[in-house]
Every structure is written in structure tokens, then in C-alpha cells.
Design a protein around this ligand. Structure first.
Ligand SMILES: CC(C)(COP(=O)(O)OP(=O)(O)OC[C@H]1O[C@@H](n2cnc3c(N)ncnc32)[C@H](O)[C@@H]1OP(=O)(O)O)[C@@H](O)C(=O)NCCC(=O)NCCS
Length: 188
């Protein structure tokens, strides 16, 4: 069921970036992003092999929004509108007032502060009040130990490390420890 047919997808503005909806026009860019081993090194996703899989991911992102279980933005450079990554929330739990953050960027754009800028813009935006999904109090994120870039991003944004869940993930034929980070939103 499309619960959000009347809700406009919220666009978020950042100094160098525009965050907006991922559409069918982005399938090629999403395919490229999720075929790169560097992007997927600490990810539960296997490298994509064909364009159909990228189309499925785009549809899944849209379904999360339609079902009110999450939202995923395209991260686009303002200067040329190129999709350079994605960011968003999944497992949005209205009762628990919590959600999970995820993000990824094409490697050629790493190290320029783009991921931090994108997430910071979301946190400072009014989207949590605009989405009629109930109050949000906690944002959590999980990293695989070794993903220092991602942990730097979270720490810069004020996320606190909360502990290590041993062997909490299983993908690509082995167990993975997951390091938990959390950010509390004060006014909810
Ligand atoms: C994680 C990711 C989104 C970071 O994007 P980014 O735009 O490069 O992030 P930023 O530039 O905002 O910040 C990166 C930080 O990592 C630091 N960093 C860079 N190389 C590093 C390294 N080898 N080890 C540790 N930290 C490193 C940078 O110095 C920077 O911190 P600083 O500003 O305090 O100096 C990107 O690396 C990525 O897409 N990785 C693959 C997907 C992924 O792992 N997603 C997260 C899953 S939890």
C-alpha cells in the first residue's frame, strides 16, 4: 500500500550538495556505486552483477518511504547534479522512536567531507518534523571494526560509541562483529 502518495519527498539542501529522491533515472549510477569493492568492503551487500539488481534497490528505497519504514536520498553535487552517493534511514520504528542510519559514496569523492556534510544537513533540517511518522528520539548506526572512515564520520557528527555486538552479522560466508553508535535527538 502506498501510504505516502500525498507526502512530498523532502529535499535537503547542503552547502555543496542537494539531497533528493532516488528515481529510475538513477539506476545506472546506483549500479556503478554497488559494483565497487571499496564501497562494499564493510557492507552486507554482494557486488551487483546486473542492472536489474540496481533497479530492485531503487524500488526498495522507494518502498521504504511509501511504507514509512525509512527514507533514502541521492547525494548529488550541486555543481553538476551528479549522484555521488546515497544516505538515509531504515528500520524506522515509530513505537521506539528510533531509526538506523546508512550512507555510501563513490570512492573518487571520499575525503572531502561530503558524507559528514550530507548527514549534518539532514540532522539540521526540519524533515523530522515534516514527515508525519511520529517523533524520533534516537538514530543508531553500526560499523564493522576497521571501517575507520565511517567511524570518523559518526564521531564528527556527535554519535557516541555504545559497544560491540559480537558476531551480530552474518554475510559473505562469515560472522561480523558490529560496533554500535547512537545519537539522541534532544527535543523528542
Ligand atoms: C564512509 C564514507 C561514506 C565516508 O565518506 P567521506 O565523504 O569520505 O567522509 P568525510 O570526508 O566526511 O569524513 C571522512 C573522515 O575519515 C577520515 N579518514 C580518511 N581516511 C581515513 C583512514 N584511512 N582511516 C581513518 N580515517 C580516515 C577523514 O580524515 C575524515 O575525518 P576528518 O574530517 O576528521 O579528517 C565513505 O568512505 C564510503 O562510502 N565508504 C564505503 C561505504 C561505507 O562504509 N558506508 C558506511 C557503512 S557503516
Amino acid at each position: 500500500m502506498d501510504k505516502n502518495s500525498h507526502i512530498k519527498f523532502p529535499v535537503v539542501d547542503a552547502p555543496r550538495l542537494r539531497l533528493d529522491e532516488i528515481t529510475d533515472k538513477d539506476v545506472k549510477a546506483i549500479h556503478k556505486l554497488f559494483t565497487l569493492p571499496e564501497v562494499l568492503e564493510y557492507h552486507d551487500l554482494e557486488c551487483l552483477t546486473d542492472r536489474e539488481q540496481a533497479a530492485d534497490i531503487v524500488h526498495e528505497f522507494r518502498a521504504r518511504f511509501d511504507e514509512r519504514t525509512g527514507i533514502r536520498w541521492a547525494i548529488r553535487l550541486k555543481k553538476d547534479s551528479r549522484l555521488i552517493g546515497t544516505v538515509g534511514f531504515k528500520s524506522w520504528d515509530r513505537e521506539m522512536r528510533s531509526t538506523e542510519l546508512g550512507y555510501d559514496l563513490l570512492p573518487e569523492y571520499w575525503g572531502n567531507g561530503y558524507a559528514t556534510e550530507a548527514i549534518n544537513a539532514i540532522l539540521k533540517s526540519t524533515i523530522f518534523n515534516e514527515l508525519p511518522w511520529g517523533a524520533l528520539h534516537r538514530i543508531q548506526a553500526e560499523t564493522i571494526p576497521g571501517n575507520s572512515r565511517s567511524e570518523s564520520v559518526l564521531r564528527k557528527l556527535g554519535f557516541k560509541e555504545e559497544g560491540l555486538r559480537r558476531d551480530a552479522g552474518y554475510w559473505k560466508g562469515r560472522y561480523h562483529d558490529l560496533r554500535c553508535f547512537g545519537l539522541l535527538i534532544k527535543n523528542a
